[in-house]
Design a protein around this ligand. Structure first.
Ligand code: IVH
Length: 660
């Protein structure tokens, strides 16, 4: 690659990773990889005579600060094992009794806050550092940011030991979280999905002004490492010590023996909806510190504490309307507009009703009272209608449309799905297709969010996808659009330009064929090697592949025979890279599933490595899978793989397996 071209690419890469790291709080590469990119850019810039005016290497302060200094905790910050009911708690208690050798244990019960753990060190009574949990052993020094939380005492006035680590949870109150998201939305930024994410994004923010502008809050609940001069015998004493020194401590901390624990947990659970912050369970701790020490810990969790996790949050609310929206494949999906409720920290105002069968199953009507549920980050759903609350004078039947709400084409019923068959002539489908086409795992064009896409289509600048590549014609008009600065339009143009040479699998994914997602796109790329041979493929050619079934094969043939995306025009604008297996193809054709998380690699990085070495990253376990790569906190996949006798690669063996 010519130097200037590489410089341009590197700059875009670095800007992208800066944004992922600083604005989205979701880095995709390690600090070491980032440093390598940055170093390479600096070297090349030294060789080039071209201007560096727009380069990230010229930003004020030199290399953008990417991280915080690391710090090792005096005592590790542990995680907790879980129980979900009385029976499981009983087992926990029995284990405690066995280890302690005493029968009647005194416990504390308190809420489990859904925020970000922090360890704050005081030396001779003065706050000297604040460190994030990190991997439990080593965290990041975020002292400056933590100092912005006014509720945290800067000094321990009473009975301060020489050194002490105090542990707590940093979080946002729900109303503050909503305000922050409102401000972000007004500034066209990306909203946080939960108060927890917002707290994480704020405490690790490198811009102190951003931290100052957001009212973080904290509860203290734990003792880390400390010097011997701290004379505290129990958690109860410790809570007293905290209160005496004005550390914020939660009101709902109870002390009792095991017979009352379950009642206290229920008490906390029943106050959950009234709390101004998110909790996701209760934490139960052995009160006596001597007993805690006797119990010690196993793997990464103490034997003296346990989290009693609450079920997913559910709330009743009313249905204000039932409407229909058109998706990119023409499916017209019913959804309920509900009186907004906050579930697991997110404000829910629209809930999908999926299809006509689901509408019938729920027997839902406008003005009904419904139970809405959301488990963690999972999409909200309507569990049931509360028929006892139905007022037959007030409820209104669903008004099922006969014509497409976007283009007025007559709708057809295909199984349980209502469909608009107008393809990309329907503006809503065109918009949906565009969103998919430019998305990160497709053509990866940045700066084309919902809002600008909508403008481009409404103004007629983009009637088919090939028009994206001719957008520079409208440079002046776009720069004059309200809410889109010159710089953002320039960035958009650059991003469009750099998408002109997509990998084959990305491009196949971008086409948005029904049933062809990321995994199938990768398999098609491997098998057909070039776009032209895929395009020419007959039904029986496709059926030669062992991971494609009849339905998918039919969809693909049908797509190429009837496509409405303006494929030829698009192909005239871009240059698709053929699929090439690298020199090391020792994973040739092996189907590999990844589960859990890994130290040092993101899952996307692992997938990329597998692909480069000829393997096929796959989404779910079946008898066709050759290997399961197992990270930390795996879900149900391990059990299924073991049942099917699939080879499991553990984290220790990954390097060897992938030949890294
Ligand atoms: S005690 C050794 N108490 O939950 C355990 N932790 O899953 C010390 N957490 O990393 C933790 N509320 O960040 C404790 N009331 C509470 C808590 C709490 C939230 C978090 C904490 C910890 C995680 C463990």
């Amino acid at each position: 690659m010519a130097i200037d071209q590489e410089i341009k690419k590197l700059r875009q890469e670095i800007e992208k990773h800066n944004k992922l790291y600083h604005e989205d709080d979701s880095p995709e590469i390690s600090d070491a990889e980032y440093d390598a990119l940055y170093q390479r850019l600096k070297e090349l810039e030294a060789l080039s005579s071209n201007s560096k005016i727009n380069s990230p290497t010229l930003q004020v302060g030199g290399k953008p600060k990417r991280g915080f200094e690391k710090h090792t905790h005096l005592k590790p910050m542990l995680s907790l094992s879980n129980v979900f009911n009385d029976e499981e708690f009983k087992k926990f208690d029995e284990r405690v009794i066995k280890w302690v050798g005493e029968n009647d244990i005194n416990y504390s019960v308190e809420p489990k806050f859904d925020g970000i753990g922090i360890s704050i060190t005081y030396e001779k009574g003065t706050l000297v550092k604040a460190v994030t949990r990190g991997d439990g052993l080593v965290g990041e020094l975020v002292t400056e940011n933590v100092l912005q939380i006014s509720k945290i005492p800067k000094k321990i006035e009473t009975n301060a030991p020489k050194i002490i680590e105090l542990r707590g949870e940093i979080f946002f109150r729900l109303k503050d979280f909503e305000n922050i998201n409102k401000q972000i939305e007004e500034a066209n930024g990306k909203k946080f999905i939960s108060p927890r994410n917002a707290a994480a994004g704020t405490i690790r923010n490198l811009d102190i002004d951003v931290v100052k502008s957001r009212p973080l809050d904290i509860f203290f609940y734990g003792l880390g490492g400390h010097s011997d001069d701290l004379k505290i015998q129990s958690y109860q004493d410790f809570v007293e010590f905290l209160k005496q020194n004005n550390f914020p401590v939660n009101d709902l901390i109870f002390f009792s023996n095991k017979s009352e624990v379950s009642n206290h947990v229920q008490r906390i659970l029943s106050s959950r909806d009234e709390l101004e912050y998110e909790i996701d369970g209760a934490v139960i701790k052995v009160n006596d510190f001597q007993k805690q020490n006797k119990l010690g810990f196993v793997s990464k969790a103490p034997r003296w504490a346990v989290a009693w996790k609450f079920p997913a949050s559910e709330k009743f609310t009313t249905v204000n309307d039932i409407l229909f929206s058109v998706g990119r494949t023409g499916v017209v999906t019913p959804f309920a507009q509900i009186e907004p409720v906050i579930l697991s920290g997110a404000r829910i105002s629209n809930v999908s009703l999926h299809n006509m069968d689901e509408l019938k199953r729920l027997d839902i009507k406008v003005n009904d009272t419904v139970l809405v549920k959301r488990a963690g980050d999972v999409i909200p759903q309507i569990v049931k209608v509360n028929f006892d609350m139905r007022n037959s004078d007030k409820v209104i039947d669903v008004n099922v449309p006969l014509k497409c709400p976007s283009c007025e084409t007559k709708l057809i019923l295909d199984g349980p799905f209502l469909k608009c068959s107008n393809g990309l002539n329907c503006k809503k489908q065109l918009l949906g297709f565009f969103e998919h086409f430019v998305s990160r795992k497709a053509m990866n064009i940045e700066g084309l969010g919902y809002k600008i896409n909508k403008h481009l289509i409404a103004l007629g600048y983009v009637g088919e996808v090939a028009d994206l590549y001719k957008l520079q014609r409208y440079e002046e008009e776009l720069k004059a659009l309200e809410g889109f600065g010159e710089k953002s339009i320039d960035n958009l143009f650059e991003s469009i330009e750099s998408s002109r040479n997509p990998d084959l699998e990305r491009f196949i994914n971008a086409l948005g064929m029904p049933e062809v997602g990321e995994t199938t796109a990768a398999a098609l790329a491997r098998f057909f090697k070039s776009f032209e041979s895929l395009r020419k493929a007959s039904f029986s050619d496709l059926m030669q592949m062992d991971n494609i079934g009849e339905v998918v094969a039919k969809h693909i043939v049908h797509f190429f025979a009837n496509e409405t995306i303006g494929l030829d025009n698009l192909l005239a604008e871009i240059n698709i890279k053929d699929f090439i297996v690298g020199e090391d193809s020792h994973l040739d054709n092996l189907k590999i599933v990844i589960t859990g998380s890994f130290n040092g690699y993101s899952r996307d990085e692992l997938k990329q490595i597998i692909k480069e070495k000829g393997g096929i990253p796959s989404a779910s376990i079946s008898s066709k899978i050759d290997f399961l790569i197992l990270g930390e906190n795996p879900g149900s996949k391990l059990k299924k793989a073991q049942e099917l006798g699939i080879n499991v690669i553990t984290e220790q063996n990954i390097k060897e397996f992938l030949k890294l």
